[in-house]
Ligand binder design. Structure first.
Ligand code: M6R
Length: 606
């Protein structure tokens, strides 16, 4: 998603702005630009595509200055083209913007009627034009910004730079994150705290309604009317992108291999040394609930579907699972004994955040599971359970998913115990089983030959089908999503029993069918579906234990043998080969694995 980086310092800033944009690049973008105050005044450079294009442009036509703003754009209003890239500017002011100005059409009409021409198709360009309009009416820079802010509807984080105010930056936040970092050299700002860590000793998260006026040695924060707001700079605890790729070819591969450690960290956090569970888990009012309503997007929603199976079967608690973009616009009844659970890696996904606000407004008690613990969802929900995945850089979520699963399994066990669905002894046995996950994951990650060979057969396919029954169904959904995201191969996932109700028409010898069939009561049912696929010539790739593989040997083209394990932890382990399969298919195809086309790490627009 779009990223803002800016600085007001006592040294030359261009390379720092580019470093900042690089640190933001993992979020996904399709153009970038910078504007700064040079000796000639306000100047900018913008380029479509990767940052290399912008740095190439800066080599040809350098820019130097001490105060500047920069932006990576992920297209919403208008194509990824240079003219739509930020910063947008007039002769007087340059602005970089994250978010969406919902009333831009009305503002655009008004500005055009006043004689202002638009260069871009963006909603963002209304901001510098509106500021300029107010400057032309004789207002000061500060008044022009305040009056502009009063006109904007929607969400925004804005940084603005004025031609005749060369040592100052203005920044405002309403609904989109913006963080200020401080060091001896001055102030840096970014929409992502992680981009500030190596430049700042202390940071301050701007709050909605904050307007900051910043020189290299002074920061004043007011509300949009100019009343002083007190904000404190605190030491920065953000973790850097964990020392780069550490020898892995991609962040995604590194993050796949970090999963044993992530699960261990999750267990170390939530299981205390004396064998009891962390108070944050134990103190949740799970026994009073009649229903749990889980809301999320993408991969996080598939973790929620896994949790539905666990919660209903182990804890006896009915669960609804909703896609956030649907939930937020439905008139959902909110029974008093229901809790709404929001799952998100970033904690900033616009749809999930809006769904959380919708539920809070409806009087629901809210709980969020988030990886970024200083995110909006973390601060706006009644309770929060942190995910211990560490910073996830790859756009395709991997370690955050298994961290979500581990945390949701712990939540299930706590609920089951408080609902008296399991005894203390059974709880302990389940926790012991959970403790075997990191070792089993390690073993699995050390045997990838079959997966690489399978990927080599798969990467020329145009389509793939993923099937699973019961708790393996959400794993099929996640496997298909991973393949789509990074290899651009069309993939569909179905509950295996649903195949005959339509999708079976697509099966022929050109259709790879990945069947996730762990041992258990549904294995024989899935085997019947596998035979239906075989009878129609489908190319079957089966994930099961050795006994399952043996039973299906006559109908299977490729077997991925999974280790023996307790059924409780199957979702955590069966996910890994699906992630690796998608990774190697994308590697053979040569796609941009860490930053796949059109995708953003954190989707902060609706
Ligand atoms: O940050 P969130 O977990 O809220 O993000 C939700 C989805 O946007 C995210 O899971 C997306 O589907 C990933 N690209 C999946 O790999």
């Amino acid at each position: 998603m779009c990223g803002i980086y800016a600085g007001v310092t006592n040294h030359s800033i261009t390379t720092h702005l580019i470093d900042g944009l690089n640190a933001l690049s993992y979020r996904g973008y399709d153009s970038a630009g910078i504007a700064l105050i040079s000796k000639q005044g306000l100047e900018r450079r913008r380029a479509k595509g990767k940052l290399d294009n912008l740095t190439g442009l800066l080599k040809q036509t350098p820019l130097e200055g001490k105060v500047g703003i920069a932006h990576t754009r992920w297209a919403t209003h208008g194509k990824p083209e240079c003219r739509n890239a930020h910063p947008h500017m007039t002769l007087e002011v340059a602005v970089a913007h994250n978010g969406i100005i919902e009333n831009y059409a009305e503002l655009r009409k008004e500005l055009e009627a006043c004689g202002f021409g638009f260069e871009s198709e963006t909603d963002s360009e209304t901001i510098p034009l509106l500021i300029t309009c107010y400057l032309h009416k004789g207002m000061t820079q500060c008044e022009a910004i305040q009056n502009t802010l009063a006109r904007l509807e929607g969400s925004f984080a804005i940084v603005a730079l004025f031609d005749n105010c060369p040592d100052q930056l203005f920044a405002a936040r309403q609904g989109s994150p913006l963080v200020i970092g401080h060091s001896d050299a001055g102030f840096y700002l970014s929409s992502d705290e992680n981009a500030l860590i190596d430049k700042s000793d202390a940071i301050c998260h701007m709050q909605d309604g904050d307007l900051a006026r910043i020189t290299h040695n002074r920061l004043i924060i007011t509300d949009f009317e100019g009343n002083i707001r007190k904000r404190v700079m605190t030491p920065s605890y953000a973790i850097s992108e964990e020392q780069g790729k550490q020898g892995y070819r991609h962040y995604m591969l590194k993050e796949i291999y970090q999963q044993p450690a992530v699960i261990q960290q999750t267990l170390d956090h939530y299981l205390q040394e004396d064998g009891t569970l962390h108070p944050d888990l134990k103190s949740l009012p799970m026994e009073s609930l009649c229903r749990l309503s889980i809301v999320a997007c993408g991969t996080s929603s598939y973790a929620g579907v896994v949790a539905k199976y666990w919660m209903e079967e182990i804890a006896g608690l009915p669960v609804d699972i909703d896609i956030a973009s649907e939930y937020r616009y439905r008139n959902t009844p909110y029974p008093p004994q229901q809790m709404a659970l929001f799952i998100s890696q970033s904690g900033e996904t616009a749809d999930t955040l809006a769904a959380l606000r919708h539920a809070s407004k409806g009087g629901q008690q809210t709980l969020s599971l988030v990886n970024v613990t200083n995110s909006s969802m973390a601060s706006e929900s009644d309770r929060m359970l942190p995910l211990l995945a560490g910073q996830e850089i790859g756009v395709a979520s991997t370690k955050a998913f298994t961290a979500q699963l581990a945390t949701l399994l712990l939540l299930t066990l706590v609920t089951a115990r408080s609902n008296r669905q399991i005894t203390q002894l059974q709880l302990q046995q389940h926790l012991n089983t959970l403790n075997t996950v990191p070792r089993l994951m390690d073993d699995l990650l050390n045997q990838t030959d079959t997966i690489r060979n399978t990927a080599q057969q798969l990467y020329r396919s145009e389509h793939a089908t993923y099937l699973g029954r019961g708790i393996a169904y959400p794993l099929a959904l996640e496997g298909a999503l991973k393949l789509k995201e990074i290899s651009y191969i069309h993939a569909q996932a179905y509950p295996a029993g649903e195949l005959k109700h339509g999708p079976i028409a697509l099966i022929d010898e050109r259709m790879p069918v990945i069947i996730i069939a762990p041992p258990g009561p549904l294995f024989s049912k899935t085997l019947s579906n596998l035979r239906e696929v075989h009878a129609r010539g489908g190319n079957i790739i089966l994930l099961s234990n050795q006994a399952g593989i043996d039973q299906a040997a006559d109908f299977t083209d490729t077997a991925i043998v999974m280790p023996e394990m307790d059924a409780l932890i199957q979702p955590l382990l069966y996910t890994l080969p699906l992630q690796l399969l998608a990774y190697y298919v994308a590697l053979y195809k040569g796609t941009d694995i860490d930053q796949p086309r059109n995708l953003a790490k954190s989707v902060t627009v609706e």
